[in-house]
Design a protein around this ligand. Sequence first.
Ligand code: SAM
Ligand code: SF4
Length: 434
Amino acid sequence: MNEHDSERIAGLLLADGMTPAEDIAASRVVVLNTCAIRENADNKLYGNLGHLKPVKAANPQMRIVVSGCLAQKDKGEIQRRAPWVDVVVGTHALPHLLELLARSETEGLQMDVREQTETFPSALPAARDDAFRAWVSIAPGCDNACTFCIVPLVRGPQRSRAVDDILAEVRGLAARGVVEVTLLGQNVNTYGRDVTVPGSPRSPLFADLLRRVGAVDGIRRVRFTSPHPHDFTPDVIEAMADTPAVCEHIHFPMQSGSDDVLRRMQRSYRRDRYMGWLERIRAAIPGIAASTDIIVGFPGETERDFEQTLEVVEAARFDSAYMFQYSPRPGTRAASFDGQVHKEVVQARFDRLVALQERISTEEAAALVGETHEVLVEGGDKKGRSTQSRTRTNRIVHIAEAMEPGRFARARIVAAAAHHLTGELVRDPVGAGT
Ligand code: SAM
Ligand code: SF4
């Protein structure tokens, strides 16, 4: 979501006639688009602002903007700690960035951290890095209240975008050559609950949206992130299974394998239900790959709780996992829970979890050797010799020949490592090798 916001910011600045700068010291505008999900993001912001202070002193024309979740969270704190910042623009005020910049020229610091989104970020222009794949925001905000998570505080409640607006954006992208879209939301599979279909009392469903996006001409791959396991209803699984464009990959954030911890996190499922859902999805969509998010060291996590996480990870056999050390976030309930786990204990558990997942990722990758997969070319190595591509199951495949980004090919997997595969091009006359 944050990277997509960066594309929107770049899009607004380009539409205003600006061009990307080669050198920060000579820039007219510097934007730091921030994330607040874990504490190291805070530290990075104030560190970067510290580096920019002398740069701006040497180039007083420079305007420094802080945007995103941290701007929403820290508000006046940014001005207090870094008075050389010119604009603070929160997550809901992005459409007003250019006005704020213009006003800062004559009126000094501008801060807009309004609490409500009026214009969807996707209604703004975007400067996308790739010509062939794109993020499409469908439902910013979140109505859940996981006790560790700052997202609802900085992004606000869920606001689903109208189906027709989403489809119009996807069709426009397809017309410009985009072949893969990733639908974005904090909790994508509750998409639609907060709105109704025009002329009907019914809410649009995520399952319907998947089918309709998958039917757009030219779109060959549909992905989505992040879903909440609880909202993976049978109709969503069915829509995934029936819609050829929807890729065989789910991100299925587990957070912990301990029921006690899940309860204190205020996650609405328990370990057995989670595993049951995962099994059902795997049975309905053969070959589907699963990734997850796990937090280590949540307040009160005991050695036994942590071992239960290891057990579930062993049993679930995720292709990959994003693993995080718990970071107390101001304003969240868990930040004031008793039993904050000591940093060294968290680090030691985290290292054990990473080692286990690395082994499983390596084993799962090795099992793919000999298979042939459709891959989408993403780019080459820096010298333009080889190709990086991606399977529908979200595995990276390196191929020795250079190919143009955005092309589809078929690759036979010949070697495997935890985080990437090596493939050889399969040249079949009737396959997807064009
Ligand atoms: N909506 C998704 C869900 O319900 O699973 C998660 C989105 S959240 C932006 C991305 C991930 O960051 C979470 O799944 C969680 O693992 C991690 N995360 C969030 N808050 C955290 C915290 N305070 N400390 C460590 N990791 C955190
Ligand atoms: Fe945060 Fe996801 Fe929970 Fe929403 S559902 S509060 S985004 S972890």
